[in-house]
Design a protein around this ligand. Sequence first.
Ligand code: FAD
Ligand code: SF4
Ligand code: SF4
Length: 429
Amino acid sequence: MKTLEYDVLVVGGGIAGGEAALNLANIGYKVLIVEKELSIGGKMILLSKVFPTLDCAACITTPKVSEIQRHPNITVFTGAEPRKITKKGEHDFEAVVFQKPRYVDVAACTGCQLCEEACPVSVTDEYQFGLIGRKAAFIPFSIASPRAAAIDIDNCILCGACERACPPDCIDFTQTEEEFLVKIKSVVVATGFQLFDPLKIPRYGYGQYKNVITSMQMERELAPTRPFNTILRPGDGKMPDNIAYVLCTGSRDKSVGNPICSQVCCMYSIKQAQLLMGALPMADITIYYLHIRAFGKGFNEFYAQAQEMGVEFIKGKVGKISEKENGNLILRYEDIEAGVVKEAEHDMVVLSVGILPNRGIDEVFDNEKLKLDPFHFVDQSDILASPAKTSIDGVFVAGTATGPMDIPDSILSGGSASAETTSYLRRRN
Ligand SMILES: Cc1cc2nc3c(=O)[nH]c(=O)nc-3n(C[C@H](O)[C@H](O)[C@H](O)COP(=O)(O)OP(=O)(O)OC[C@H]3O[C@@H](n4cnc5c(N)ncnc54)[C@H](O)[C@@H]3O)c2cc1C
Ligand code: SF4
Ligand code: SF4
């Protein structure tokens, strides 16, 4: 096993981990970012625009990720995860990190995509959240960082077409999993969140009715790196003209095991509604909500702006969604203000899915316990005075690994984690 030495290990290369890493690297610390996906940038790099300013998400993320990749004090491992982290003493941690083979020499790959063209195997594209397919030889998405191909070995038929098509000859099927022993002085956990799986609410018909999609799928439809050139409903490729949003899908709902508010769904749905009104000027957009939580700077004004633009807000609890023969959807809901059950027809439904913790990071810590909160996010042991502190001295937490939050708060949290890490590292002298 190769031994490597850094000052700080950052687990997770989303916006929070990236911010923490950049701050630490800028003051001279050597940082290793370990990211399990094939690109850094987390969820943010896949978003359309951001509330409440409607700035382009990719335009904010891409300069940051390229700064991270080019920084002399930062090393990035993608397709990698820590298997074990052991605290040996004060300012002394050891991590066993494994990196999956990509079967492509990243440094030599030019991103020309000729391997993609040559590959005969098509599978579902996870970076487009299942809206389209991709090849077994693929570039994760056009603004991925690194922008290099990877081979999906589980679906590869080993035909060799990609190898023959590759001009710099950088496809290498002999690569194997690598394990590294990493010595560090401190750790930042920035493992982010996962999305609620709407299959857990079968009465909403996700997975059964093609025109019921998730908010993340709609983000992809609206993003500059979108799968189609316009907004389409997946069932038949028709441009929708009457779209419904169902807020709190999998949030504030004890029956699915998640009683807490996801904090961003109201605002990202209002954002998407405004973007859809631009993309489909004739479309009607209706948002079914329980309460609108517009608590941040500029949020209430953003909500009011959506109302002025004509987005319809109905205080209603959606009980069931059913499908008509033409693919349209009937929403049966309780109109909370009128106190009656009603039905409405829409041609596309977006489920505003909630934010859940990425499970398992606590199990990586070997000899000391990384405490979780009651909802399985990383516990902040001193939330008021030192919000990045965890139950392990020298291990800090950033971003949505601590609980749902938006991008500005994730960046602030990454900043706070880097400041507390610095103060911990300086305690040594
Ligand atoms: C549909 C939708 C729309 C949104 N729109 C907006 C918006 O308009 N404005 C806004 O402010 N916010 C928005 N958000 C919220 C925003 O996405 C989050 O605030 C932000 O992405 C959080 O960043 P993060 O770095 O904490 O987490 P993430 O983006 O989840 O990044 C965490 C990273 O850690 C990696 N990771 C996880 N576990 C491990 C491990 N064990 N080892 C290695 N790597 C690991 C993950 O692969 C990921 O890359 C939206 C969210 C959703 C779902
Ligand atoms: S070897 Fe695998 S990845 Fe390469 S072209 Fe054939 S199926 Fe695709
Ligand atoms: S692996 Fe080869 S063919 Fe594929 S993108 Fe990289 S350089 Fe191009």
